[in-house]
Design a protein around this ligand. Structure first.
Ligand code: UD1
Length: 424
């Protein structure tokens, strides 16, 4: 039986958090390691379920992977891989899509089922595939497997306009372009910091990229890439989660070494709710002494707008606020499946279309709830910190995809939280 998270809520939090490397950087970086002719070291990698699944994929492709402490080392395969990806890890996470381009370069072909991941509504991969086709790949379906092949001479550069600024597709096409023949232009690219991080890593390996982090990215393909030693950027969604926890429960948090940029619009929303967010010599402090107030309507969007992944956790921190708040997700249809768990804790919430509407004030109480997905699960845990009494959150497997040890994160802030067996 899968463990559950328990949280004894209703007490203010005080403490500090040092952010781990960002999951959304580490996962594409691990796939990109397959493009490299030498060893790749990634520093400070958290032990996330999705990282474990990525390692299974890399090993299946012939890479040697060592992860003795926090630093993860990937050695390139000694022989040309076969290009067929194992079903288990592919279906366990959306990020298996990142292997399309690197495996095409390494094996000339790739075969895999549709990637899995959080159920946030339809998550097609047409933008990834259309871009790869523009670079010369052929795509077909065979017995529920997606099969791609590169032309005999390899992928070639192309001028590609993305239908919408997909983060994953921008990363896929960047990885395809760095070793393609000739030049590639990506127009309408996503601008997330994790894309800039991937580009910096690839540049350290010898790739020629300009414009990453802007909507137009230019790449001049090179025949070979070396390995590199890279420290991925800190996890801004973990930062938002810890900040939201303090907003909900009250108290004070130091995000050590963090700058306000990393919270982005989350900082302003928390200020509007009555929190103090201030930069200091040691990092960013987030504090809440007085009552919370509603923040009106917040729209998520691509960077630098309010991150969709931060919406459920920040909403969780504001469930007790007096007045109205609403979070409308413009990226995913089904972002707020956590609403049911919020309601079970006494929150006055309603889902309307893609939005979660909150009408406070509300008194939260402990409840037994189930994580519907990764960020929705973290959001229930954040809500539990603000609720009187004990809560239990089932579906810990979702949360462990993006938080190494969420109970330890909360305990570092003085919370009472841990893991238990169901019924224990
Ligand atoms: C990445 C993040 C995820 C975050 C999301 C949006 C990683 C590992 N995951 O996911 O945490 O929530 O960005 O910031 O970095 N779409 C298509 N066709 C495609 C690709 C995407 O229609 O080929 C749509 C999606 O269904 C979604 C929207 O575009 O509605 C944005 O998705 P995308 O930016 O691709 O998200 P991911 O890369 O999957």
């Amino acid at each position: 039986m899968e463990e559950m998270l328990w949280v004894e809520g209703g007490r203010p939090l005080t403490g500090e958090v040092t952010l781990p490397a960002a999951k959304n950087s580490v996962l594409p970086l691990l796939a990109a390691a397959l493009l490299c002719g030498g060893p790749v070291t990634l520093r400070g990698v958290p032990r996330l379920a999705d990282v474990e699944q990525s390692i299974l994929l890399l090993r299946a492709l012939g890479c040697a992977v060592h992860w003795p402490g926090r630093d993860l080392v990937v050695q390139p395969p000694s022989a040309r891989p076969d290009g067929t990806l194992p079903e288990g890890p592919v279906r366990a996470m959306r990020s298996s899509v990142f292997y399309l381009a690197p495996v095409l370069h390494a094996a000339g072909r790739v075969s895999m089922p549709m990637p899995g991941g959080c159920d946030l509504g339809p998550r097609p991969i047409d933008i990834h595939l259309d871009g790869l086709v523009r670079m010369g790949a052929t795509v077909c379906w065979q017995q529920n497997s997606l099969c791609l092949a590169s032309p005999p001479a390899g992928l070639r550069g192309a001028d590609i306009t993305l239908r919408l600024p997909s983060v994953g597709a921008t990363e896929t096409l960047l990885m395809a372009a760095v070793k393609a023949h000739g030049a590639t232009v990506l127009r309408g690219a996503a601008c997330e910091p994790e894309i800039v991080d991937l580009a910096r890593f690839l540049q350290a390996c010898g790739a020629r990229i300009t414009g990453a982090g802007s909507p137009v990215v230019w790449v001049q393909g090179v025949p070979q890439l070396s390995g590199a030693d890279h420290a991925p950027i800190p996890d801004r969604i973990v930062a938002a989660t810890a900040a939201a926890a303090v907003a909900g429960a009250g108290g004070q948090l130091l995000l050590r070494g963090c700058e306000e940029d990393q919270l982005g619009p989350v900082a302003q929303v928390l200020r509007n709710a009555g929190c103090e967010v201030a930069s200091g010599p040691d990092g960013l402090t987030v504090a809440r002494g007085g009552p919370l107030r509603g923040v009106g309507r917040v729209y998520t969007g691509g960077y630098p707008a309010f991150a969709t992944d931060a919406a459920p956790v920040v909403a969780a921190g504001l469930l007790t606020a007096g007045g109205a708040s609403a979070f409308e997700d413009t990226i995913f249809e089904n972002r707020f499946s956590c609403a049911e768990g919020f309601a079970a804790m006494g929150a006055k919430v309603q889902r309307r279309g893609r939005a979660l509407e909150i009408l406070g004030p509300a008194q939260l109480h402990g409840a037994q709830v189930a994580a519907p997905d990764l960020r929705g699960g973290a959001a229930l845990a954040v809500a539990a910190l603000a609720a009187q009494g004990q809560s239990r959150v089932a579906g810990l497997g979702h949360i462990r995809r993006g938080y190494e040890d969420i109970a330890a994160l909360f305990c570092a802030l003085g919370a009472k939280a841990g893991y238990c067996q169901p019924g224990g």
